[in-house]
Design a protein around this ligand. Structure first.
Ligand code: ZN
Length: 427
């Protein structure tokens, strides 16, 4: 359905192709404006229906942000931000909307203006909108930074108190996050007020300026940060629980199938073998091993040995291994809740089939009126089906476990690492 929206003539001149690239860009901006209009109108209609149904004001619109995200094929947490953007653009910022409509602003640059004006009153926001975008020709040639800086400058002039208060509020959002980087590295990020962040950087830099060994300055800074946060030397091997899922055949060196490291994602076979090798070589470590059973065709997780006596805990682990991240389509958030697709209160069983790994926000969303979640289990894999209040249906299929469909068993020594060894389905 996406093919041949434009017929591109293979003999077109370079100037014609450039014109087509420009036209596509203009259409993307116009589509973004239309999408914002449709979203804001959808929100208004939902509000009207819920008001008529007597739903309390603070309960209205529950789940709508997730519905918007699913329609845009984005993670649910971005749905709320987008909904706010669309409402502000349509109801409070007509000039910014017009600039987006005609292609003078991209969707991203319009988002920057909306974001920078979010702390202002409606009146001030409208002044900023008019001053910045009433004459769209002013925006020609502006990059993202220029757009952001101009919006910031106007906002600070209109209401200095609001801008200062927003900084104070932003401090509440301080947090620590980790996300995968290429080559089995991670980015460890601390979001902090500027003074603390600069102080932390300066402390690491000071270490780099005073320690002279074979390491580079960057390496000393990274090691210093690790040592001061964990209280351990960077040279010491890991001493926390790492959860690794790998095929028994990969451990035996018979194939090079990637493993799965919890909180990171796929890791190369050589890396997982080194990790397990180090764990076995270290006498102090407490490793444990558990066998997972994989369906031969689909690769789905069918069963798991449980080390735990309490069934729910074993089941929770099975869901975490099977689903890896939140099961809402496009949501990559870590699993926080082990949820019943059909709620227990409506007779949903506590089982792997009816169980879903979910993030906290998505778990609450699916409890909103009009949402129905069902699961099914076939050779194609464990499928979760999400039906939203407007009748849209979205599916997510649990990922396959690591390894090839080859029957082979190995046993592993008790060591320090928690390894979930994937083996062929015994059933
Ligand atoms: Zn989620």
């Amino acid at each position: 359905m996406f093919e041949n929206v434009f017929d591109i003539d293979p003999s077109a001149s370079q100037a014609e192709l450039r014109a087509l690239v420009e036209e596509c860009e203009r259409l993307k901006c116009a589509a973004a404006a239309a999408q914002a209009r449709a979203t804001a109108l959808w929100a208004m209609k939902r509000q009207t229906v819920e008001q008529a149904a007597g739903i309390r004001a603070d309960k209205r619109g529950a789940g709508l942000a997730s519905e918007v995200a699913l329609a845009r094929r984005e993670a649910p947490h971005t749905g709320g931000r987008y909904l706010g953007f669309a409402k502000a653009l349509i109801h409070e910022m007509p000039h910014t909307l017009a600039a987006l409509d005609c292609g003078a602003l991209s969707e991203y640059r319009a988002t920057l203006i909306v974001r920078e004006s979010a702390c202002l009153s409606v009146e001030h926001r409208q002044s900023l909108d008019a001053e910045l975008c009433a004459d769209a020709s002013r925006l020609a040639g502006w990059g993202n930074r220029r757009v952001e800086a101009e919006a910031k400058r106007i906002a600070a002039r209109l209401d200095v108190t609001a801008v200062v208060e927003r900084s104070a509020k932003a401090e509440k959002d301080r947090c620590v996050t980790v996300r995968p980087a290429p080559n089995t590295m991670v980015y460890f990020t601390v979001l902090l007020p500027v003074a603390q962040g600069v102080a932390m950087y300066a402390a690491c830099k000071r270490a780099a300026d005073t320690i002279f060994d074979e390491r580079s300055g960057g390496q000393v800074m990274a090691d210093t940060a690790y040592e001061r946060i964990t209280g351990r030397s960077a040279a010491e091997p890991f001493s926390i629980e790492l959860n690794l899922v790998m095929a028994d055949t990969t451990l035996a060196g018979d194939d090079e199938c990637p493993g799965w490291l919890d909180g990171y994602g796929p890791v190369p076979a050589g890396f997982v073998r080194k990790l397990t090798g180090d764990a076995i070589a270290d006498a102090e470590c407490k490793a444990s091993l558990r066998r997972l059973y994989r369906h031969p065709q689909s690769g789905r997780l069918v069963a798991m040995e449980s080390r735990s006596r309490t069934f729910p805990k074993g089941l929770a682990t099975l869901l975490r291994r099977r689903d890896q991240t939140c099961r809402t389509p496009h949501c990559d958030a870590p699993i926080r809740h082990h949820d019943h697709a059909i709620p227990e209160s409506r007779g949903g069983p506590t089982s792997a089939l009816n169980g879903l790994g979910m993030c906290e926000a998505c778990n609450y969303t699916k409890e909103a009126p009009g949402w129905i979640v069902r699961t099914s289990d076939a050779d194609g894999g464990h499928t979760a089906e999400f039906r939203t209040p407007t009748g849209a249906v979205y599916r997510s299929i649990a990922p396959s476990l690591p390894g090839p469909p080859v029957r082979r068993r190995v046993s592993l020594l008790e060591g320090r690492l928690s390894v979930d060894l994937v083996t062929f389905d015994a059933a």
